[in-house]
Design a protein around this ligand. Structure first.
Ligand SMILES: [Zn+2]
Ligand SMILES: [Zn+2]
Length: 168
């Protein structure tokens, strides 16, 4: 059985293939890792692909890992997962700028998880509720907008299905 190297809990969840690591050395060696999450201790674990040995600790789970493991398929075009930490921080700061008291996202801690590559729509995960994904049409104003703007909709899960409805 596959066990967590930290807490020995069984690793029963989905496996994600990490084929393009940030680490240039691993990228050059084309080293592919399998990733799983340990739910009880909230750590990411990994081992080389096709290895059947023990798993190694990959550090605490980050918000984007939650998102990865919750999604079963890649996002439909033209949606893209927000991977760059600076872009993510900018999108989160912009939302905080635009929402005023009375907006459903006012005062909420959010994580920018995906964006449309053709318009200003961004999908945020609302930290207090793992099932709450809010699609927001950012206006890129520098001052708070009047609720209900910026317009937001709660997306149904799975995201891969609900994001298909997005047209231009
Ligand atoms: Zn664990
Ligand atoms: Zn769009």
């Amino acid at each position: 059985m596959d066990l967590c190297p930290l807490c020995s809990a069984p690793l029963t969840g989905r496996t994600v293939r990490e084929a393009s690591p940030d680490d240039p050395l691993r990228a050059r060696r084309k080293e592919v890792r399998e990733l799983r999450q340990c739910v009880p201790c909230r750590h990411l674990v990994w081992r080389p692909e096709r290895d059947t040995g023990p798993w190694s600790d990959g550090g605490p789970l980050l918000p984007e890992h939650d998102y990865l493991f919750a999604t079963l398929q890649p996002l439909p075009e033209p949606w893209a997962v927000v991977k760059d930490p600076q872009t993510r921080a900018d999108l989160e700061a912009q939302l905080r700028t635009e929402v005023a008291g009375g907006h459903p996202l006012y005062g909420k801690k959010v994580i920018a998880v995906a964006r449309c590559e053709r318009c200003d729509e961004v999908v945020y995960s609302v930290e207090e509720d793992p099932g709450w994904f809010a699609q927001v049409h950012l206006t890129w104003r520098s001052t708070p907008d009047r609720p209900p703007w910026p317009w937001t909709e709660r997306l149904l899960l799975p995201l891969t299905t609900s994001l298909l409805d997005h047209g231009h």
